[in-house]
Design a protein around this ligand. Structure first.
Ligand code: AMP
Ligand code: ZN
Length: 308
């Protein structure tokens, strides 16, 4: 069983407030919520603000569904680094007797996984992942590389919690750069300022942190230390129910995906990649946490920035 993380009493109380205000509704599974009208209005307004902020670069939209070919997960390193976070899609492939036996177990809510077999699909764990094989299939990059936009993609992470900002399924919006090393590094610095300005413009107090991913196991601790030393990941943290929460993050993968997928620049070098990710539910939660559960009474400047 994956570790269930209890939220603090403030986080649990914040979740209760969100539920009673109709901003979120429970589904019966921790970290899987339905969104009410005002939560969704705020999230979509944020999504549109990200679109306006990125417009100067005219990123190419490439919107993928929340299912990802299993083969890509096996290939891109995720299964090795984050086996504890991955979600897989299994389905029934048996005869009538097996169907009846499965139903019998299911009717008692017992384990019917023995009747399920692996499909070619897993749940998409990060919005940018499907873009790398797609870009590689096009052949060498154009002279200036590519900038892509994932749209507000649903992603899955197996991290059940009663902290509303730790969801199992949520929208991740990423702007992704695939180009030569220098270009990606420069682009990343540009977005560091841009993302901060966007989020401060929404009245959020932010902290910037050099961060690492929750790599699995003992080797994972080493990988996390390396990632931090090389400053490959930074996060912008805002308060949600009194606790700092990473609402946006930027990853520099160096030539990891370029090597795996054989992505080459116009000059024949292995491409580098970087991405700027916004956790849309987390940003929205930070906004409700900072400005209150009544959207119409948020500060005028914030509503104007969101065009609400
Ligand atoms: P990451 O790929 O881990 O850097 O995630 C990108 C962004 O997604 C983070 O900056 C968070 O805002 C958001 N995020 C990550 N994990 C979760 C989660 N369990 N629930 C909600 N949002 C998340
Ligand atoms: Zn990414």
């Amino acid at each position: 069983m994956p570790a269930f993380r209890s939220g603090s009493s403030e986080q649990v109380a914040f979740l209760e407030d969100l539920l009673s205000a109709g901003l979120l509704s429970r589904t019966g599974v921790h970290g899987v919520y339905a969104r009410g009208a005002d939560f969704e209005r705020a999230r979509l307004a944020l999504d549109a603000l990200i679109t306006r902020t990125a417009a100067a670069e005219s990123p190419e939209p490439l919107y993928h569904p929340p299912l990802f070919p299993r083969e890509q997960l096996e290939r891109n390193g995720y299964l090795g680094s984050f086996p504890h976070l991955a979600g897989t899609v299994f389905s029934f492939d048996g005869d009538e007797t097996a169907a009846a036996d499965q139903l019998e177990l299911a009717s008692r809510h017992e384990d019917w996984s023995g009747f399920q077999s692996m499909t070619e699909m897993v749940l998409t764990p990060a919005a940018c992942y499907p873009l790398y094989p797609a870009v590689a299939a096009r052949g060498p990059l154009p002279q200036d590389g590519l900038t892509l936009d994932t749209g507000d993609a649903y992603v899955f992470r197996r991290e059940p919690s009663s902290d509303p900002s730790r969801m199992q399924i949520f929208h991740m919006r990423e702007i992704v750069r695939v180009a030569g090393r220098e270009t990606v590094i420069e682009w990343r610095n540009l977005w560091r300022a841009r993302a901060e300005e966007l989020l401060r413009g929404l009245g959020l107090e932010l902290e910037l942190d050099i961060a690492s991913d929750p790599f699995f196991g003992r080797t994972g601790r080493l990988l996390a230390a390396q990632q931090r030393d090389q400053e490959l990941k930074w996060e912008l943290l805002a308060s949600v129910a009194g606790e700092p929460s990473a609402i946006a993050s930027s990853n520099y993968h160096q030539d990891h995906f370029g090597e795996i997928y054989d992505i080459v620049t116009a000059d024949g070098e292995v491409a580098h990649t970087g991405c700027m990710a916004f956790g849309e539910e987390r940003v929205t939660l930070a906004l409700f946490s900072a400005h209150g559960s009544d959207l119409s009474s948020w500060p005028a400047g914030v509503l104007a920035a969101l065009k609400l």
